[in-house]
Design a protein around this ligand. Structure first.
Ligand SMILES: O=C(O)CCC(=O)N[C@@H](CCC(=O)O)C(=O)O
Ligand SMILES: [Zn+2]
Length: 340
């Protein structure tokens, strides 16, 4: 296998490859772009016109998605997977991946869309670098742009695999993309309702990519991901990469639950208290009238929405950041119905 296929190994060791460009026997070009970053270019004449950005390790302890990208890249470097799309593989936070932590100094996934300019640590520099890599990758005109930013969650989840679909002014969520996600095993999609500072929101808002954060299960250390079943996603990604994906014309949304954001719970001070047991799972229902959280200045978060559920509850985040999202069921009528 080509040495550049071992991007994960190189990244974890903090090593630079001796050769920055390598070609497979079929003429697929692998190009190392910097720490944790590798571009794949199919041979001339094979390219279907898709630019696919696959990122993982934005949170260093979320290892199942990192292992998934490692398998795909090794498959390409061995010649087993024959790409017909341009691909950018990104391991987001190498420092945190090496220590097995969510982040080193601050949460990388709260530093995009320019937010890194207000900060100066290693993650702020990395967010700026990732924005530049993604911008250069998605700079070719007339191509289809798709980004999956792969994560696993801190808690268990009643719906194990789900996507978060960034908000973009003037654009209705694409039914076609949701059908593709359903076929890839996602059980739910959360439609965001305002701009955000996460990586997928950057590529969606600034670079016009169809972009998603995908949550694939519970975060565990390297080598302990037998409980995270990514088979359907892996299979679909191979098909997307090789240009052999079954038509999405007939694809259905059956079984895919849609949610929208009712409210984001923002922690304002160290007095913030979340009234949820530590083992409450994502998508747990919250009854009307339930006192979810309290903060300084007599702020109280009381559930008013019918069918409300909670995701990503985390009272330990820094003040000013999201400490949970209250979500509610959404209707298919919100979607752009076109399958083109
Ligand atoms: O389990 C948790 O509390 C967080 C899991 C995670 O890292 N989720 C992403 C979601 C990004 C998005 O909103 O699209 C994050 O919080 O960064
Ligand atoms: Zn994450």
């Amino acid at each position: 296998m080509l040495a550049l296929g071992k991007l994960l190994e190189l990244t974890l060791a903090g090593r630079e490859p001796a050769q920055k460009i390598q070609l497979t026997a079929d003429g697929v070009r692998l190009r190392w772009l910097g720490e944790g970053a590798l571009e794949v270019t199919p041979p001339g004449g094979q390219d279907t016109g898709l630019d696919l950005l696959l990122s993982a390790g934005i949170h260093g302890n979320e290892t199942a998605p990192i292992e998934l990208l490692d398998r795909l890249l090794q498959g390409i470097a061995r010649g087993d997977i024959k790409p017909r799309a341009r691909i950018l593989f990104l391991f987001g936070n190498p420092g945190a991946m090496r220590t097995g932590d969510r982040f080193v100094e601050e949460d990388l996934n709260r530093l995009f869309n320019g937010r890194h300019e207000c900060s100066c640590g290693s993650e702020a520099l990395r967010a700026c670098e990732l924005e530049q890599l993604a911008t250069a990758f998605f700079s070719l005109a007339g191509r289809t742009r798709l980004h999956y930013d792969l994560h696993t969650a801190i808690r268990g989840s009643k719906l194990e695999q789900f996507a978060l679909y960034p908000f973009k002014e003037g654009r209705a969520p694409s039914r076609r993309e949701l059908a593709r996600l359903r076929a890839a095993g996602m059980e739910a999609v959360l439609l965001q309702s305002k701009p955000s500072i996460v990586f997928s929101a950057f590529t969606c808002e600034q670079l016009n990519a169809e972009a998603f954060t995908l949550e694939l299960g519970k975060a565990r250390p390297f080598g302990h991901n037998a409980g995270v079943n990514v088979e359907r996603l892996e299979q679909r990604l191979k098909q997307i990469i090789e240009g052999t994906e079954p038509s999405l014309e007939e694809a259905s949304l059956d079984g895919l639950q849609l949610f929208s954001v009712a409210r984001e719970v923002i922690k304002h001070s160290e007095a913030f208290i979340l009234h949820l047991p530590a083992d409450v799972e994502n998508f747990s229902e919250l009854p009307k009238g339930y006192l979810l959280a309290e903060d300084a200045g007599k702020t109280r978060w009381i559930i008013e929405e019918k069918g409300a559920r909670i995701i990503f509850p985390n009272p330990k985040v820094k003040s000013g950041l999201r400490a949970g999202i209250i979500i509610e069921p959404a209707s298919e009528a919100l979607l752009d119905q076109s399958l083109a």
